[in-house]
Design a protein around this ligand. Structure first.
Ligand code: F6R
Length: 610
């Protein structure tokens, strides 16, 4: 995830910026840069691809001198990691400088408009458009130009602006991305996250969406876009430095679970027209004919991404009517799959670097298949190798156990299936509208669920000492059950198995005895009665049944020992919500058992060996 820092005061800016950016390194980044307003009144920008050390080396003996500046660590979203795509970005004359976290949704339209007026662009980023727009709209006042720019851009962002014409201030604002102002003595700070400034001050203003902060050496004021002053309360940071990195959460895994409302929103950004209730993928260059020409899809991935692929199979088959096979990458690459020019191979990978998935992608290409990568890391090996890429925009995932990557992968697959269904004529408009309406509610529903986790903590304490746990479900519930079982085993080391509920009686039912926890997912209306019958089968063997179903479903409580209710939604959207209690259950069970949640034994975040 990108990181932002800003400084204005009585000391040299560059050392602070570099130090603040180093405190944001844990978030992951691929390039870094700073802009300093030098003593001669000019803004000097230094940036490069790679880690901060590369930037430090570049600045050795040549540190820009000035007491105001902005810095950025970039985690690529638009345009691969490169020197040119690194922030800060400037307009052509270099008078306006900006750093940005998030996505400017309408950047292509704005870019075309500006190019029509003769502006030229040096990067592939959405951010450069903001700097050029500042120049285009400049009316003699830095503040009023920023407001004009904000009226033109759409999307999610935290932004910090600096301008040569008005050198005694930095201006910052945000929408759907974090931003804080740090308050000092004769100096003030801006950051996307508290770790960047905690060594300098603990007194902060936490900015809300739509607020515009003007930060000078000796004063700070906040107002809305109409110039109405906003009185901010000072928030005193009480966490220690380590807790600060995790945003106050005990572990990265928990932080990432709680980031899901935002990551889900980010995956939809630029692809979901909330007014039209229509899904588009501007980045995919497929014509209706090309999509119609796909006879079969192969989805290939490992681990959690493989489980997202299984969910994707249901979506693509049912909504776009394309037959789908899902393969574990290490199997696909050696099983001589019957892939050819009429196939599309979709590889799913959070890191974009998993060696088996990479090899499977190459094998599919060798066999003549078209390829699409669904990945989180811009510019990753898999993203570079595939014909087309669909980024999930979950932000960096640091905990080994994948959580927000999974929900954004299944969301991307659902949106892809809806989009392909429309192009293939299998998805009628009314159905798309219903699905889009449901999707738009998901971030808030996830948020609400994450506010009420006491029941899950109790279950984790009560059943955390179990030796075996079973997960059952049918249809999409089965796909989610697979992910629930993987989460539990990898971080709590409890033996966990997921079964298609109808398959249990073909062998595994022998293991269901008194007191064994069985988690039953029951969100799929088409197979609901069948699932309830399977629930009764395990209950008859005196298992402890924990059911997961929709709010308002009174019948589950008749057969289950406990019910975890999730907000009622459509069957295709249910996986996005049903997996949350499973992630949380694994997390709290691991805590109960004293496991190292973020770094489970024997596992690595990115598996780059076969
Ligand atoms: C489980 C987990 C792994 C990964 C798998 C694939 O929580 O994180 O199972 O899903 O190693 O990794 P990516 O998605 O990076 O290819």
């Amino acid at each position: 995830m990108c990181g932002i820092v800003g400084y204005i005061g009585d000391k040299q800016a560059a050392p602070f910026l570099l130090d603040g950016m180093s405190k944001l390194e844990y978030r992951g980044y691929d390039s870094a840069g700073i802009a300093v307003l030098e003593e001669d009144g000019h803004i000097c920008v230094d940036k490069c691809v790679g880690h901060l050390d590369a930037l430090r080396k570049k600045l050795e003996g040549n540190m820009p001198k000035g007491t105001a500046g902005i810095g950025h660590t970039r985690w690529a979203t638009h345009g691969r990691p490169s020197d040119r795509n690194a922030h800060p970005h400037t307009n052509t004359s270099g008078k306006f400088v900006v750093v940005h976290n998030g996505i400017i949704e309408n950047y292509l339209t704005l870019k075309e408009e500006l190019m029509g007026k003769g502006y030229t662009f040096v990067s592939e980023t959405d951010t450069e458009v903001v700097a050029q727009l500042m120049a285009d709209l400049y009316d003699g006042s830095f503040e009023s130009t920023v407001k004009k720019v904000l009226k033109r851009i759409k999307g999610s962002y935290s932004l910090v602006f600096m301008c040569e014409y008005d050198s005694d201030k930095l201006i910052c604002t945000k929408k759907d991305n974090p931003l804080i102002i740090g308050l000092g003595e004769d100096e003030n700070f801006i950051a996307s996250d508290i770790p960047a400034i905690i060594s300098c001050t603990r007194r902060t203003y936490v900015m809300s969406d739509g607020e515009i902060g003007t930060v000078c050496r000796d004063k700070v004021w906040v107002e809305d876009i109409d110039g109405t002053p906003i009185t901010k309360k000072v928030f005193e940071v009480k966490w220690n430095a380590e807790a600060v990195e995790k945003g106050g959460f005990e572990h990265f895994m928990l932080k990432e679970i709680y980031e899901q409302p935002k990551s889900i929103r980010d995956t939809m950004t630029g692809r979901m027209d909330a007014e039209e209730k229509k899904i588009n993928f501007p980045e995919l260059k497929w014509t209706a004919e090309e999509i119609a020409g796909i006879n079969k899809i192969f989805i290939v991935a490992c681990g959690t991404a493989y489980h997202a692929g299984i969910v994707g199979k249901y979506y693509l088959e049912q909504l776009a009517h394309i037959p789908v096979e899902v393969d574990i990458a290490s199997e696909f690459r050696y099983r001589a799959p019957l892939v050819d020019g009429s196939s599309l191979t979709i590889v799913i990978s959070q890191s974009g670097e998993t060696s088996d998935t990479m090899a499977a992608l190459r094998e599919a290409r060798r066999l003549g298949s078209r390829t699409l990568a669904v990945t989180n890391v811009v510019g990753s090996s898999i993203a570079r190798d595939a014909d087309q890429v669909l980024y999930t925009y979950a932000g960096p995932e640091i905990a080994v156990a994948s959580t927000k990557a999974y929900t954004t992968q299944i969301l991307a697959m659902l949106m892809l299936a809806i989009y392909a269904g429309r192009l293939r004529g299998t998805m009628d408009r009314d159905r798309e509208i219903v699905l889009a309406e449901g999707l738009l509610e998901i971030p808030e529903q996830v948020h609400q669920m994450l506010e009420n986790v006491d029941q899950i903590k109790i279950f984790a304490r009560r059943y955390g000492s179990s030796e075996d746990v079973f997960f059952i479900g049918r249809s999409l519930d089965y796909a989610v059950a697979l992910e629930g079982a993987l989460k539990l085993k990898e971080i709590s080391y409890i033996h966990a198995e997921a079964y298609a509920a109808g398959e249990l009686k073909h062998g595994t039912l022998a293991l269901i005895v008194e007191g064994v926890p069985v988690i039953v997912l029951a969100t799929q209306e088409d197979v609901y009665d069948k699932t309830v019958s399977n629930m009764q089968e395990v209950k008859a063997r005196e298992a402890v049944v924990i059911a997961i179903g929709f709010e308002g479903d009174a019948s589950l409580a008749k057969y289950a020992d406990h019910v975890i209710y999730i907000p009622s939604t459509g069957k295709y959207l249910a996986p996005l919500l049903a997996v949350l209690p499973l992630q949380l259950l694994s997390y709290y069970a691991a805590l109960t058992r004293g496991c190292d949640v973020d770094k489970p034994r024997n596992l690595a975040k990115s598996v780059t060996v076969e």
